[in-house]
Design a protein. Structure first.
Ligand code: G3H
Length: 520
């Protein structure tokens, strides 16, 4: 939706290879971006509020398409599945401007970051295709061990329920959906609460790229749709990027828990640890990006900053000045860094966290910190923060930066050990004698130690995972292919009788599993 265009009535959904038109109840989509003199959310359009009936239809369509692993898609040649994904990505490229526009309006992401999200997703799909070809090539041989010949590959798992997050409604959703599909699974995808309209332009591309029932896209409330889908017991993989409580609630609905594989990217409370010899200018600029890019609405955002007491004042001064220089505006405006918060209750929630900290002894260090408007609250640098405050424990997922001073490195290490989360840490410092043992401790508390740089997911070839309540399973271009598949093989005793059969299977090219074809 451009500034001047009309609201969109998105009344389509995809089940069983058919784009249906919805005539029932709709959910209204508003943007917290206001274009009027007095604040007014902008009405963007409507999306279907599908019911249990459509949820069940979607899971049955996916189940039929999978057909206990006998369906066209799970048994298809790897090269043919790749062609379908290539076809999809070529069509998806045509939707760039429309999707980018929705990203700005629906979730308030800046224009450069919305474009980056789209382009990164295209890149992710292309790299996934490349990685699958390599995986296929590596497995295209027989191993002979103890008189047994075996061809070992990876096969699909079944029906995947895919639920993405609102902060990366395109990219993170597709980092689940695309590997799930390419490995031969069938999928039901329900977008998050925000970032829904942007999927409308992609429905047709999905529908004409994959066989019927392989991808089903439904819109509506999680409780209404995901509940019957999980209760059906037909889902083999729950893949979700979001909240750990929601993940537990969904697992609990599944009647056969041992059949359910989990691939989860959940919340985090990534700390920065700033040592006394850290390069302060570099540290400040990485902490700004780490804590406040996309207003701190990233699972990888820095959500607690520990600073050595020798440099606390210097850090607070430089960091606060930089925070107050950040420009707030609408996503398409030039040089804008802070943008409207897409969740309408978020400014108030952040204010509650700030008020709680103030009552318990913290102060707002920067001049603009905590200034609240209808759709924003200016980032507050809070200091000194301690464990009695809500901000210490809760994942703020928004613009507020708590700072803690320490003189003993055991303090952040202990806090991290006690934390429910274990995704990443940023460590700022120079002296390798100090850093060496710290890395050895930190790497067993989280899964990625970022030396003198902000926490982040990318580059996407690197493993993205976490300990404790931060993740289940590992995602990366390569790892996601493994996560959405299972190792399978054909084995036979190494004798002339069997080998002749194997040779015939190879020569005839009739078997999609036993082949040594190299896909360029
Ligand atoms: O919300 C969590 C995302 O995975 C973060 O990704 O580090 O690329 O912003 P990012």
């Amino acid at each position: 939706m451009d500034v001047n265009s009309k609201p969109v009535k998105s009344d389509k959904y995809l089940i069983d290879g058919q784009i249906h038109t919805w005539n029932g109840e709709f959910n209204k989509v508003y943007s917290t971006i206001s274009l009027t003199d007095t604040y007014q959310p902008t009405f963007l359009g409507e999306v279907p509020n599908l019911t249990e009936k459509e949820g069940l239809a979607a899971v049955h369509a996916a189940t039929n398409a999978y057909d206990n692993g006998q369906g066209i898609w799970p048994t298809m040649k790897v090269s043919d599945r790749i062609k379908c994904v290539e076809n999809f990505v070529n069509q998806m490229k045509q939707t760039r401007s429309e999707v980018v526009n929705f990203l700005m309006w629906e979730i308030g992401k800046t224009l450069p970051d919305s474009e980056k999200e789209f382009d990164r997703t295209i890149e992710y799909i292309l790299e996934t295709i490349k990685s699958y070809k390599e995986l296929n090539a590596r497995n295209a041989h027989f191993s002979n061990v103890q008189g047994v010949n075996a061809m070992i590959r990876r096969s699909p798992l079944g029906v995947v329920l895919c639920l993405g997050p609102y902060n990366y409604p395109l990219n993170e959703t597709f980092t689940l959906l695309i590997p799930a599909l390419i490995m031969g699974n069938t999928v039901i995808f329900k977008p998050a609460k925000l970032g829904v309209l942007l999927h409308g332009p992609l429905l047709e591309a999905f529908n004409c790229s994959f066989p019927k029932g392989v991808i089903n896209i439904v819109f509506g409330r999680g409780r209404e749709l995901a509940t019957p889908i999980m209760k059906s017991g037909l889902v083999s993989v729950l893949s979700l990027i979001g909240n750990s409580k929601a993940a537990v609630a969904l697992q609990d609905l599944h009647p056969y828990k041992n059949r359910l594989r989990l691939i989860l990217g959940l919340e985090a409370k990534n700390p920065a640890i700033i040592l006394s010899d850290a390069n302060m200018d570099l540290t400040v600029s990485e902490c700004i990006m780490g804590s406040l890019s996309f207003n701190g609405q990233r699972c990888t955002a820095l959500k607690l900053i520990y600073v050595h007491e020798d440099v606390t004042q210097e850090f607070l001064e430089k960091f606060s000045n930089k925070v107050d220089e950040l420009v707030f505006g609408n996503p398409w405006e030039k040089d804008v860094f802070l943008t409207p918060l897409p969740e309408k209750d978020k400014p108030q929630y952040i204010k509650e966290l700030i008020d709680d900290a103030l009552q318990k002894g913290a102060k707002i260090i920067n001049k603009k910190g905590g200034i609240i408007t209808d759709n924003y609250i200016y980032p507050a640098v809070l200091y000194p923060v301690d464990a009695t405050m809500r901000i210490f424990h809760e994942e703020q997922f928004g613009p507020v930066v708590p700072v803690i001073s320490f003189n003993d490195i055991e303090v952040p290490l202990q806090d991290m050990s006690q934390s429910n989360y274990g995704q990443q840490v940023s460590l700022f410092g120079k002296n390798s004698t100090v850093i060496a043992p710290l890395i050895d401790s930190l790497i067993n508390l989280v899964c990625r130690v970022n030396l003198n740089s902000a926490c982040q997911r990318g580059p996407d070839v690197f493993p993205f995972t976490g300990r404790k309540d931060s993740a289940v399973g590992t995602l990366s271009i390569h790892d996601a292919l493994r996560s959405f598949s299972i190792r399978t093989f054909v084995a036979s005793k190494d004798n002339s009788y069997n080998n002749e059969i194997l040779q015939e299977l190879l020569d005839s090219k009739k078997c999609n599993f036993i082949n040594t074809d190299y896909i360029l």
